[in-house]
Design a binder for this molecule. Sequence first.
Ligand code: ADP
Ligand code: ASP
Ligand code: MG
Length: 422
Amino acid sequence: MSLFVHKYGGTSMGSIERIKNVACRVAKWHRAGHQVVVVPSAMSGETNRLLSLAKELTPFPDARELDMIAATGEQVSSALLAIALQSVGISARSYAGWQVPIKTDSAYSKARIMSIDGEHILSDLKQGRVVVITGFQGVDQENNITTLGRGGSDTSAVAIAAALKADECLIYTDVNGVYTTDPRVVPEARCMPRVSFEEMLEMASLGSKVLQIRSVEFAGKYSVPTRVLSSLTDVNIPLDEEMHSGTLINFEENDNMEAAVVSGIAFSRDEAKITLIAVPDTPGIAHSILGPVAAANIEVDMILQNQSVAGCTDFSFTVNRSDFKRTLDLLENDVVPAVQAREISTDDKVAKVSIVGVGMRSHVGVASLMFKTLSQEGINIKMISTSEIKTSVIIDDKYMELAVRSLHKAFGLEHSSDTDSV
Ligand code: ADP
Ligand code: ASP
Ligand code: MG
């Protein structure tokens, strides 16, 4: 007997019919003698709907109340799933995050999990129950309900798997696994049977929303065997086949010399670029600009400082597009007068495209093939950043899909005969 944590995303839980399917799938695992904890997301579109209700009242609703509202989506889907399981003869119980409890810090809408008490869950499992736990939410020290950031049910599932020392955490979603890039953008993308932990971490942090980045961090920190697989396959496929399907995150060092130089392409449409023009090039200038931005809890991604001309420099950086307006207000009101920048130039229609691969460590010319490919398509690069296993560029967002498709081809990542399609 093994213990598995299953996570089902919004599409997988998207209708009563789909919830019935999830119940049948979970029942299959349970009847095979396994202990199963299920972590559902809210039904697809529900979290957006709930948050938009609050925004009809005011453009900037109180963060605590927003989390109270958003957390209800998972409560509904969890209880529906418990009822669906009971309807197929499985003893099941659902719990909200606070009932477990899943303790978090108090950073509303992006809370971090501090601890999970597995005692009640384990006791339910021992009594033969399937335990359903709401994804995406927890409770802080003062008993306020918190949420973990969009896509946070992935993190709930991996953290619960870590706390229970589960044999594997299975992230069921609406594609067959982790692909070389988003198969909705590149239909020729290839589903990878394995992906290295390092590459998965980079891909998640660079915008591949198939896994929330914190879930990958948890999987690494606690060595949780984690697999991404489809919830949309025939429920009756043999368990053994299902167990080995999808993509397994591989924690072992990749010693395969033949490993692809570039394993995947990630992208993010939600970027905005801000440039402070003609800032005096003096010590401490970066801190004077970015210090207030950090103090406002705004995350800065790429940073570029131009060469100094006549004692002045241009200073550019990117933020998430959702933080763009707030950042601009802050700069215009506080920073520009303080640092005496001549003007601000902005572009909130940029995207980030990244190539990722552990093979980049040992190969030269990878970034230059990227730049050549983009130039052949007439795509202008606005910013570049590199690390050991990735190169990212900022480009006009209207060219994003073209860039991803041509890079996918240039690095030979297309579909091969023995792999899955969406
Ligand atoms: P869920 O609701 O199950 O959490 P998400 O929408 O959060 O699902 O994540 C799954 C989606 O991630 C897929 O439908 C796909 O469009 C997208 N995606 C982006 N990059 C990748 C990738 N490299 N491999 C697979 N899916 C990807
Ligand atoms: N329901 C939440 C969201 O839409 C969490 C999740 O789906 O993982 O972001
Ligand atoms: Mg998701």
